[in-house]
Ligand binder design. Sequence first.
Ligand SMILES: C[S@@+](CC[C@H](N)C(=O)[O-])C[C@H]1O[C@@H](n2cnc3c(N)ncnc32)[C@H](O)[C@@H]1O
Length: 295
Amino acid sequence: MLAYRHAFHAGNHADVLKHLVLDQVLRYMTAKDKPFRYIDTHAGAGGYLLKGAQAQKKAEYREGINRLWSRPDLPEPVAQYVELVQRFNLPEAAPGEPAPVLEKGMTPPLALYPGSPSIARMHLRPGDSMRLFELHPSDARTLAAHFGGRHVQVINEDGFAGLKGQIPPSPRRGLVLMDPSYELVGDYGKVVATLRDAVTRFAEGVYLLWYPQVNRIEAAQLPKRLMALSPKGWLHVRLTVNKPDAQGFGLSGSGMFIINPPFTLHATLAAVMPYLVEQLAQYEDASFLIEEQPA
Ligand SMILES: C[S@@+](CC[C@H](N)C(=O)[O-])C[C@H]1O[C@@H](n2cnc3c(N)ncnc32)[C@H](O)[C@@H]1O
């Protein structure tokens, strides 16, 4: 049985990087008037109570989304992401009442954090579709309770194995988020094997892979192994906020490896990463890296 629960980590610095990139890519995908499929191979529960016992255990969101929540100087892409999270925090509409809207200058209290399926849902249009894989039975049940409808499927199965059955989508336009917990060291190898197969089946798909910056050879080698798949174009971004703890453990930062990134993404990230380093740093040597091979 898997022990990892994303609720313990919701809204931390790694979620900030991952969800900011996801938000930017979704904006790019929805700027074109053509439907696409969003596939989340490791979807989590869809949303998290930051005042709940799990999120409060280490309160990781305090060093993540909380540091950006009320800042008046957010660069535009960061402001767009924070606004999505703020919309997720609006109270639900009373029966028969219109949904509350986020007024300019309004900052609701930070109580909830949206998972990747919720961020995707805020962007998807009626013709787009979603496939959400989640292996943990209780997170899959939570997802199924909140995500439904004709174009949405919640699948309580292994997302690595399930991806091949979802690509290429019809029509051939798709965005895949692969966000494993890396609880099992075999996940690193599965990421590479699954993406190798995926780019063969659906070369033009957009793939977003998240990985942790931890003291493991498998994590350090992962970006190079993904570059060796020789996708047409890729972008690698990494945000380092801390050093490993005294035992050499802990999450120092995280990275995203993007296959077939929007051509605008490099410039967007180059503009916001220095700001994220400044705001999310937990030690003086916090840093970022961006490298790209354009298509
Ligand atoms: C990092 S969390 C996902 C967070 C989510 N993508 C987000 O951004 O809000 C990883 C999730 O993958 C689930 N999981 C682990 N192994 C899996 C597998 N082989 N297939 C599908 N889900 C898996 C875990 O239960 C966990 O909920």
